[in-house]
Design a protein around this ligand. Sequence first.
Ligand code: DGL
Length: 267
Amino acid sequence: MDNRPILFIDSGIGGLLYCRDFIKHNPQEEVCYLADIKNFPYGQRGKEELTSILISLIEKLLKTIDPKIIVIACNTATISSLEPLRNHFSGISFVGTVPAIKPAANASKNRKVGVLGTTRTVEDPYNQNLAKDYCEIYAVAAPELAEFVEQRFEKADEKEKNDIVKKYIDIFRKEGVDTLVLGCTHYLYLLEEFRNEASPDIQIFDSLDGITKRVEFLLNENDDKLRSDIDFEPVHWLFLTGSEPQGSAWQERCQELGFALCMLDSL
Ligand code: DGL
């Protein structure tokens, strides 16, 4: 048994959905979440830059917490930096988040799969390589969408959300894709809008369930070696980079989720 926390990392609120889904299914596991809002958006950064940002943030966090697993709850960071992170922190298990292209390709009838992601994700050969033998990938970068979710989602009305989603669905519909992968964790906040707008001809895919299952698999290996055995609900921590003014949305989010908030730069 192992009562150390599991650390989730993203550039903002995107990965929080993954973290919440994991907690819902595993309430006895302690979780820490790092929202690197200081370096948002990751999608506009280069591979090496992002890797060195993540290495120094994780090194800093490791002085305070001792995670048993680190989940990179961000497609951009996973595609850019997962391998170098695994090499650098060789004693820690990492779980990465990548666009759910394989399940989408399996479900696609016309073999045309759409992928929506950040500029960095879409430009990486990873997506094309993953499916090039069995389907055609049509990838579109939507940098404004992560920005919208990070800054506007909680204030925006339904019309604003539908309009921004429709713009992208129109592009994919015109291209004739029958499956669309949401390849950025931020976009999952708009999942319902995407499903409504895409119906009935385009099916939407995401990686939420896959990540929770992958972490559970690692916890359960070798007779639950990494499972926690506490019998109360642990306190979860949310680490924020940069400085966040009093009364910010992050304080409200933490209160709502029952997370304790900690400013990483003050450690
Ligand atoms: N949430 C991140 C992803 O899954 C990207 C958002 C950003 O550009 O920072 O790719």
